[in-house]
Design a protein around this ligand. Sequence first.
Ligand code: DAH
Length: 349
Amino acid sequence: MKEKMDLLLNEIKEKLNKVTDLKQLDEVRIKYLSKKGPINELTNHLKDLSQDEKRNFGMLLNNLKTSVSNLFDDLKEKLEMKELNKKLENEKIDITLPAFKISNGKPNILEALVEEVEDILISMGYDVVDGPEIEEDKYNFEMLNIPKGHPARDAQDTFYIEGEELLLRSQTSPVQVREMLKGKGEKPIRMICPGKTYRRDDDDATHSHQFMQIEGLLIDKNISLSDLKGTIDIIVKKLFGEKIETRFRPSYYQFTEPSVEVDISCFNCDGKGCNVCKHTGWITIAGAGLVHPNVLKMSGYDPNVWSGFAFGFGAERMAMLKYDIDDCRTFYNNDLRANQNFDRIGGDE
Ligand code: DAH
């Protein structure tokens, strides 16, 4: 029996000598150590042996099992080491290779400009407020002094949702009304509202059915055009540079009286005349004026006590001017290259 066991041990040793990886080791293990393997089979002999022989045989069998299991364990450890070393060798890091560039995200250029304007006005004590894009006719037109049938509505034709009372706002000016109603005719107001607006326009380089405005409203006592001019002057100087001058031209809006068009001296040619300013030296960037007494009244502010100014910037127009972009669709068509072109703003790259 002892010889049989020695033979078996030698056979296993020989097999193990040829093993080069863990997979092969496992195959050998299954062959010799499984329930139906030769070592277990030896136990079957036990029943034919006398008590003494059994003890002797049992001892030999245990020794065999221990030797075999040590052999397997040692080899397993060696092979594992070998595979680990191989893996480490393959995954060796070459620290001299240049790293891959991971670029940082950043806001869309239009959003970046809006945030810039917000920061300027926040520093002047304004609140940034929101208003609904689905708006009531009442706020979008009526309470801004534009009654039904008024010709001014033609230029602001928009998208209607169920009937004639609910629409996509054609301007951010209704937020003026909403904020005044909140103020209940008692509180001074300083707010800006940047937001999306909609009109039934055919899209081209300078028109879009969806665009952004930045509305501003200040309500207080003894407010005059010079307050408006001073405020706008600060905004444009911060945005376009200290040299920029502001000019007001008379205009007409239903919700302001007097109304003005805000021009700035051309930052491209210092007012001498160039392509950007169409050779006039001036660029129009906003509509503005003193809040119309009717509008104050309708929103609960007594025009004999309160006065105010309002302004509305076209955000795309400002961004197009500031970053020399010639097509407003650039902001919307999701071509990342456009944004990447403007690394100098709104990001940390
Ligand atoms: N809401 C006007 C428009 O879309 C722009 C505007 C003009 C806003 C004068 C104002 C303002 O607040 O005072 O054409």
